[in-house]
Design a protein around this ligand. Structure first.
Ligand SMILES: Nc1ncnc2c1ncn2[C@@H]1O[C@H](COP(=O)(O)OP(=O)(O)OP(=O)(O)O)[C@@H](O)[C@H]1O
Length: 256
């Protein structure tokens, strides 16, 4: 469970990122966060694993304050939180398997991982993670030889190898074509359902949000202006979240 209690974030230059957010996200939810550019989606997502520090309030993950965690506690808490980025964040010259194995780094000493000395169980866990996203056969190929969609799957496998209980995905499909987009969203949804991993995804496609979310949270100027099931997120609701009518480029389109 993730809890936001009166959370606000003001950036050092005075820009307000989040305003008094109160939210409880339960285990196993697939939450999609929507809102126009600058609404605070990234700030909200990245405050959960403290990639961004908040300036007011508190965030708790499974009952423990990540806001007040010291360095050691923070490292321990981050181990349970996988992160997926728009740009995949892979080491391109390394093999797919080594990239997935990097999800195990937090479980071992720096020296051990520096020399790539991962135990056999980690290799098996990583190969199994690749199997879950259907690219087991790519394990020994260099990451930069994969398509964008395949690279994003590697980053999902890395989060699985990490044995994350929570996955945060910041615009995970923004650099992908429509077909690949759906495949990656299907992977995230399947993993969420099969493994009960709480998943929070920032998306800018409205139809994808409706199709995949179990809950949609709408942000506007750093505030939660909608929080409900996808059935309630009508075009009118989206227009309110965005402060204007929906644009064509905010729909992915294609088959549903
Ligand atoms: N490092 C920073 N310093 C100052 N202001 C920032 C910083 N990062 C973000 N902001 C501002 O905080 C607000 C929220 O930004 P955020 O990136 O969270 O929005 P977003 O909804 O994710 O936008 P987008 O869809 O464009 O990625 C915006 O006004 C943005 O300009």
């Amino acid at each position: 469970m993730i809890q936001f209690n009166n959370v606000s974030k003001t950036y050092p230059n005075g820009t307000i990122g989040l305003r008094n957010i109160n939210l409880t996200i339960e285990e196993g939810e697939l939450v999609v966060i929507v809102g126009s550019s600058g609404a605070g989606k990234s700030t909200l997502l990245r405050s959960i694993n403290r990639l961004h520090d908040i300036t007011d309030g508190e965030i708790q993950v499974d009952g423990k304050s990540i806001t007040r965690a010291n360095d050691r506690e923070l490292r321990r808490m981050r181990r349970d939180i996988g992160m997926i980025f728009q740009s995949f964040n892979l080491i391109k010259r390394n093999t797919v398997l080594n990239n997935v194995l990097s999800g195990r780094v937090a479980y071992h000493s720096t020296l051990r991982t520096m020399f790539g000395m991962f135990p056999r169980e980690d290799i098996e866990l990583s190969l199994h993670a690749l199997e879950r996203v259907n690219i087991r056969e790519k394990a020994y190929i260099r990451a930069d030889q994969l398509s964008g969609g395949q690279q994003q799957r590697v980053s999902i496998a890395r989060a699985l190898a990490q044995e994350a209980k929570i996955i945060l995905a910041d615009e995970p499909v923004a650099s992908l074509d429509p077909l690949t987009t759906r495949q990656v969203m299907d992977d995230l949804q399947r993993i969420n359902q099969d493994m009960k991993i709480t998943t929070i995804i920032n998306l800018h496609f409205i139809d994808l949000a409706r199709e995949y979310a179990t809950r949609i949270i709408g942000l506007r100027a750093g505030e939660v202006v909608f929080d409900g099931p996808p059935e309630e997120a009508t075009d009118e609701v989206f227009a309110e979240i965005y402060g204007r009518s929906i644009r064509h480029d905010e729909m992915l389109g294609g088959e549903v």
